[in-house]
Design a protein. Structure first.
Length: 254
């Protein structure tokens, strides 16, 4: 995956333009993956290159809250999803752009044939642009716009903000609910993924949700532990699964 730290034309070679997934993508949760994988699949079907556009905030900037993933893990996860070009300028470089300037810049630099985003995506100075405006601006350019609905868990949208709030102690009830879903994922292989990719994705999930173990009652924790332990044969354990079981054992004093 080629990484670009400023707004420059992508080195697309002989590809038929690109399909670009746009967003901040902190955490690479299931909603983020739907947007990115949509762009990857479209690109493969149309002979284009899959790309991601995001932006970098200074460490001290709190605009998007505490980061859920390190820069290195974020890059690795996005590359594993099949992205070939990763455009990540500093926020200072794009924050004053009008929505029109932003769209024209992305379409020009990425030779974009399709743009993918979530339904809550905003762009341009003061977040003036939304998916409806994106469609309006892209129509005369002949660029397809695909807007993905937000993923939902327990009838609520999945978002980085929701994950952050739960991690910061919003409440034991939500933490327990989210960990029920995490345990389901940890018990299932990820279709079409190698062991290395599965391990990386599960590691990212655990890095986000492992602090929630502190909210579980001993009975809830023991239930998850017994379920995971029974499902795995020791020699088949991925590193992240071993780490998770060790952490559970520590908390259960086993």
């Amino acid at each position: 995956m080629q990484i670009y730290s400023q707004l420059v034309p992508l080195a697309l070679g002989n590809a038929n333009g690109s399909a670009v997934a746009m967003g901040f993508f902190d955490g690479i949760h299931i909603g983020h993956r739907a947007v990115i994988e949509g762009a990857v699949q479209w690109a493969r079907a149309h002979g284009a290159s899959p790309a991601v556009f995001t932006f970098k905030l200074p460490t001290e900037n709190k605009m998007k809250g505490k980061r859920l993933l390190s820069t290195e893990d974020k890059h690795a996860l996005i590359e594993r999803l099949g992205v070939e070009h990763y455009l990540c300028p500093d926020f200072e470089e794009i924050k004053a752009m009008t929505p029109e300037q932003f769209v024209l810049g992305i379409v020009r630099d990425c030779n974009a044939k399709a743009l993918f985003c979530g339904e809550n995506f905003t762009f341009g100075a003061k977040a003036a642009g939304n998916p409806e405006l994106l469609r309006k601006l892209c129509a005369p350019l002949g660029v397809e716009v695909v807007v993905l609905p937000m993923a939902r868990f327990e009838e609520k949208p999945v978002s980085s903000t929701r994950i952050r709030t739960a991690l910061e102690g919003a409440g034991a009830e939500e933490a327990a609910e989210v960990w029920n879903a995490v345990a389901d994922v940890m018990l299932e292989p990820i279709p079409g993924r190698s062991n290395a990719t599965t391990d990386l994705m599960k590691r990212a999930m655990c890095s986000q949700f492992q602090p929630m173990l502190a909210f579980l009652t001993p009975e809830q924790l023991r239930g998850h532990y017994d379920r995971l332990k029974a499902a795995y044969r020791p020699r088949d354990l991925l590193p992240v699964e071993k780490e998770l079981l060790r952490e559970m054992e520590r908390r259960l004093s086993l």
